[in-house]
Design a binder for this molecule. Structure first.
Ligand code: PRP
Ligand code: URA
Length: 209
């Protein structure tokens, strides 16, 4: 079963509170989402393997360590996932970026795919799928299924706020995927919104609606 990591770093929790606040405007929301994504990326990359190397300092050779193993990729789910990409790339600038376009049909709550472009060497990369909201889990589960169909085998899911229903859905559909989130909230409401959540992430990020 994939593990659920609730990232309780004080800076992540503080910024999450500001992001949730209904009085936080679009500009600040966007800045905070990028900052929190950077902090979350720091936690998510904790288990990356290292290998020994020798580097020449001005005073002579030093045994030191560098990242080894698989290269990384970041796959935001459009639109709201875009708000977290730059923060992640600040820490792992060499990561390739794929995009999956999905929107949730407001009546059926089912994800509808409209775009998918992934790095060609997706089979060799460890991929981090990002989306601030994991509500029913339909969008994240579909995105993970698409990238598995393209050959990806090593996938993590990063979101900002999850509902218990979404966590359960991802664990049941993709039991090998670890989930990283800043909070698991109480529940979904009748419209599939996370309560208390933060409202509509895409609209708050881009000032739509
Ligand atoms: C939101 C959010 C997730 C999805 C979560 O996107 O960013 O992608 O809903 O809901 P789910 O877990 O029930 O699938 P939305 O469909 O509103 O599209 P947007 O990002 O373009 O605003
Ligand atoms: N999508 C959002 O943006 N917010 C929610 O609470 C649920 C889905």
């Amino acid at each position: 079963m994939g593990r659920v990591h609730v990232l309780d770093h004080p800076l992540i929790q503080h910024k999450l509170t500001l992001i949730r606040d209904k009085n936080t405007g679009t500009k600040e929301f966007r800045e905070l989402l990028e900052e929190v994504a950077m902090l979350m990326a720091y936690e998510i990359t904790r288990d990356l393997p290292l290998e020994e190397t020798v580097v020449e300092t001005p005073l002579g050779p030093a045994r030191s360590r560098v990242l080894s193993g698989r290269k990384l990729g970041v796959v935001p789910i459009l639109r709201a996932g875009l708000g977290m990409v730059e923060g992640v790339l600040k820490l792992i600038p060499a990561a390739r970026v794929g995009h999956i376009g999905l929107y949730r049909d407001p009546d059926t709550l089912q994800p509808v795919e409209y775009y998918c472009k992934l790095p060609t060497d997706v089979t060799e990369r460890e991929l981090i799928v990002i989306d601030p909201m994991l509500a029913t889990g339909g969008s994240a589960s579909a995105a993970i299924r698409f990238i598995k169909e393209k050959g990806a085998r090593h996938i993590k899911l990063m979101c900002l706020i999850a509902a218990p229903e979404g966590v359960q859905r991802v664990q049941s559909d993709h039991p090998e995927v670890d989930l990283y989130t800043a909070a698991v909230d109480e529940r979904l409401n009748d419209h599939g919104y996370i309560v208390p959540g933060l409202g509509d992430a895409g609209d708050r990020l881009y000032g739509t609606k």
